[in-house]
Design a protein around this ligand. Sequence first.
Ligand code: ATP
Ligand code: MG
Length: 275
Amino acid sequence: MIFVCNNSVLSGMSANSIALYFDSMEYAIQFDNLEKSFGSLPVLKGMSGYVNSGEVLAIIGSSGCGKSTLLRCFNRLETIDRGRIVIHDLEISKSHLSSHELKTVRSQVGMVFQQFNLFPHLSVLDNLTLAPQQVLKVSRRESEDRARYYLQEVGLVDKADMYPEQLSGGQRQRVAIARSLCMEPQIMLFDEPTSALDPELVGEVLAVMHRLAKQGMTMVVVTHEIQFARDVANRVMFLDQGQVAEEGIAREILTNPRSDRLHTFLSRMRQAQLV
Ligand SMILES: Nc1ncnc2c1ncn2[C@@H]1O[C@H](COP(=O)(O)OP(=O)(O)OP(=O)(O)O)[C@@H](O)[C@H]1O
Ligand SMILES: [Mg+2]
């Protein structure tokens, strides 16, 4: 339950030092020249990039630009047509993964979706213990201990015996985060985890993610929350027209975007969110 590195060491560092710090780190995810089409619609048109261990990467871009598709490729919920994806040492883009390799990917790379995807007929505790028992073959006792530990982490240990429909949207999303953490992943992918929530519930979910980041969890977050990206992400990647149009240190490129396209995108977001 101890994560790889502590993001809090980054606070107060200059942009240059942060760049050097990350240069010295190992990659959690590397992706090269990814191409992916849905029928005749090309969505990923040669995307390349990386995620360092222990960093928070925010992915931003207009609706339909391929953010979810890219994220889903990182845990093989989606396959690519061409290119290469390596998670730590495992190339997950090869055409055939053994069941052991697939299990490794699914357990090491957790994912939290916009719509929570909790099982409605299971209690919160059973939602959390299911995958560790079935996929990781963890004992019932240990899976329950884990579940209570992570429910405590997201501030919901008193909801263990409730059912998803008895919770607020923010609570359901925190349960979904705890459920992912119960697999003890090394990387967490978040696909717009707050965009289905009422505005007053967004803060509690972002607070949980902020705490995870401080503990050093490697996180890739697709988000429209530009303020959150600026405060919590180390780097930001801006996708446009099927490519990584710009990437860099979060507070730099969100404050001084280099390309007109990112500038225009941020202005639009600012108008919508008043950030
Ligand atoms: N399974 C699919 N079958 C066909 N087309 C798809 C599929 N998944 C995504 N697409 C298309 O691929 C494009 C990229 O979709 P994607 O969901 O990755 O966008 P996004 O950047 O996440 O958008 P949003 O911000 O609205 O969530 C869209 O045009 C979408 O309609
Ligand atoms: Mg999406």
